[in-house]
Design a protein around this ligand. Structure first.
Ligand code: MG
Length: 160
């Protein structure tokens, strides 16, 4: 069976006056992620990991932030379109692993919901999606709560 792997990374600034969405879940916090869409850096990293596994460029090519169609769009919509592309290329998703680096808020109570949401959009079992939450030990821009960054990897396999 042919497997392919992809990596994704994203970072968004934390600003006042925005709702915080990570992994498709709204998380109560005093700030949210700045972006053309809802700013969901975890979903964006997962999209890029899947596009990487397909060798289909990156999220900016597929969903340009200059396109008004994607203004304030729920990133789960972008993930759904990406999952459809995986399927149309003849692949299924084996698993997703990810890391969210956020000094605040504490994300561990939301990890299960994030996994379930991502799995639901990708139409795979939540046992095939992992979310790890870390602080940045107070270091740098992430540690001073100016931004949240995410990494993701995806493994896909060819459907015969
Ligand atoms: Mg992004």
């Amino acid at each position: 069976m042919s497997h392919r792997i992809g990596i994704g990374y994203d970072i968004h600034r934390l600003v006042e006056g925005r709702k915080l969405f990570i992994g498709g879940i709204e998380i109560p916090y005093i700030k949210g992620l700045l972006g053309h869409s809802d700013g969901d850096a975890l979903i964006h990293a997962v999209c890029d990991a899947l596009l990487g596994a397909l060798a289909q460029g990156d999220i900016g090519e597929h969903f340009p932030d200059t396109d008004p169609k994607y203004h304030n769009v729920a990133s789960s919509e972008l993930l759904k379109i990406t999952a459809d592309l995986v399927k149309s290329k003849g692949y299924s998703i084996n698993n997703i692993d990810s890391v969210v680096i956020a000094q605040e808020p504490v994300l561990s109570p939301f990890k299960k919901q994030m996994r379930e949401k991502i799995a639901q959009v990708l139409q795979i079992d939540s046992s095939c999606v992992n979310v790890k939450a870390k602080t940045n030990e107070g270091l740098g821009e992430l540690g001073s709560r100016q931004a949240i960054a995410c990494y993701a990897v995806a493994v896909i396999y060819e459907v015969k």
